[in-house]
Design a protein around this ligand. Structure first.
Ligand code: GLU
Length: 488
């Protein structure tokens, strides 16, 4: 069997979008499942919109998600270079081949002439299709136009290719995801494959690259379906084998419009900056079109790769449910190895003096606050009271939990007992706290209320980490300071 080779071909005109990450993932999974190769190609022919920062972002994001490519920039491979701008001298040969075979022709039309054609079509309420005015120019006519200083673009003759390889203008292909797809090629105008400045267009360069890189399966978004018909004709005109195509439904926002910045983060790096774990993100993205064979949606990349089948991918659009991503991220945060999680949490704690705590204490703090957060950035606020000397009371806490007569009695008693508390012995400290609660329980105060009071004095809040951890990490001096500050 021929080798399975797939690719992701991002255009670096922005940071890696979650939609592109989903396409990359499905290609990666298809390759893994079939012992194939996953190729990365950078389609940077649009120099004006390309930037090195975006290219770096694409590399970093794919790597962070675990979507390592087998061939491509950085790692090389037998069919490189894998960056389109380094491949410019490859394309003219194939343009010439199409010209020689009569499947392409020089077009001398000026932008103004083309614009006039378009306006005419609009006026007649017709879909615009190029007039083919230049298809049958004689050599003499071409010479004359050249002498006027006009430089030709090269157009592909859709009708000639269609007639040579298909009985009907309506051509079909069997999509791996969507089944039979067809298009009336008489509605496709003769499109430009090489601009007058010698730059290849997307539809042409992509075919040449996929052909030379021996790509066997092209999995991409359904917004490319109309391009696929053009590309099939180019493969046929070149006498090349047509790869298999699979088109994925689009990813929509919860309001069913196109996912965009106004809905929230859209680039992988933005999600990471907000405190999403790449493991959670890739798991979530996999579920945009794919469902596992069992009911457990939480799956590692390896588990997904085992279970993935391209023909089971949904052909309809998927909704990007931010709420579900939050839930899933929370699940990953809850289960993650504490050392790894602490490392990931640190950038979100930059405003604190981390040297106040030992690494072990910081891990304890993270372990005690990782639930119920959904994004790591929640930690910034949730760990605040572990740092510095003073605390900020949340609204209403002082009035309700500190300034009452009962609260003051509790705090004074706690303060009187503090010296005898053994902060270095966790077990002992727990017993001592139990005695402290029991003392007030006998007086009819619920243990919960007793502890709320102490918690409020130490943290300024009524909810948060386990009291044992708070006492242990703050240490006796800070505890005493905050309790005494709360006593009026
Ligand atoms: N550079 C194209 C894009 O980013 C690639 C499309 C394709 O996969 O052929 O949309």
């Amino acid at each position: 069997m021929e080798e399975i080779r797939v690719r992701i071909a991002p255009s670096p005109s922005g940071n890696l979008h979650v939609g592109t990450a989903r396409t990359a993932l499905f290609n990666y999974l298809f390759a893994k499942k079939n012992n194939g190769k996953f190729v990365l190609r950078i389609e940077d022919t649009d120099a004006e919109r390309t930037s090195q920062a975006y290219i770096d972002n694409i590399f970093d994001s794919l790597k962070a998600l675990g979507l390592n490519w087998d061939e491509g920039p950085d790692v090389g491979g037998p069919y490189g270079p894998y960056t389109q701008s380094e491949r410019f001298d490859i394309y003219p040969k194939y343009v010439q081949e199409l010209l020689d075979k009569g499947f392409a022709y020089e077009c001398f039309c000026t932008p103004e002439e083309l614009e006039a054609e378009k306006e005419e079509a609009t006026k007649n309420k017709q879909a615009y299709v190029y007039s083919k005015k230049c298809e049958n120019l004689t050599e003499a006519e071409k010479e004359k136009l050249r002498a006027e200083g006009r430089k030709p673009a090269i157009r592909f003759s859709v009708s000639k290719a269609q007639k040579a390889f298909h009985d009907s203008p309506i051509i079909h292909f069997e999509d791996l995801v969507k089944g039979d797809l067809h298009q009336d090629t008489s509605l496709i105008g003769d499109f430009v494959i090489m601009k007058s400045n010698g730059a290849p267009t997307y539809n042409f360069a992509v075919v040449i690259d996929d052909m030379l890189m021996k790509i066997s399966h092209i999995i991409r978004g359904e917004d490319h379906i109309s391009n696929t018909f053009k590309q099939i004709l180019i493969y046929e005109a070149l006498g090349a084998e047509v790869p298999k195509f699979g088109h994925l439904g689009m990813i929509l926002a919860p309001d069913r419009s196109k996912l965009s910045k106004r809905h929230g983060a859209t680039a992988v790096s933005e999600f990471v900056e907000k405190g999403y774990l790449t493991e959670a993100l890739i798991n979530f993205v996999a579920l945009l079109g794919w469902s596992p064979s069992d009911s457990n949606e939480i799956k590692s990349l390896e588990e997904i790769a085992q279970d993935f089948r391209i023909h089971e991918v949904s052909s309809s659009n998927s909704i990007f449910e931010y709420d579900k991503l939050n839930w899933m991220n929370g699940q990953y945060i809850k289960k993650m190895d504490i050392k790894a999680l602490t490392k990931l949490a640190k950038p979100f704690l930059a405003k604190y003096d981390l040297s106040e705590l030992t690494e072990e204490q910081l891990e304890k703090v993270i372990a005690a606050t990782r639930e119920p957060i959904t994004v790591l950035s929640d930690l910034t606020n949730d760990v605040a009271y572990f740092f510095g000397k003073d605390i900020v009371y949340e609204e209403g806490v002082k009035e309700a939990n500190i300034d009452t007569e009962q609260a003051q009695t509790i705090l004074k008693y706690f303060d009187s007992q503090l010296d005898s508390y053994d902060f270095d012995n966790e077990e002992k400290l727990h017993e001592q706290l139990a005695d402290f609660r029991a003392y007030f329980k006998e007086q009819g105060i619920k243990p919960k209320v007793t502890m709320w009071t102490v918690r409020a004095a130490l943290t300024g809040r009524t909810h948060g980490a386990d009291m044992g951890v708070i006492l242990e990490v703050l240490g006796k001096d800070k505890v005493k300071y905050r309790i005494e500050k709360a006593i009026v």
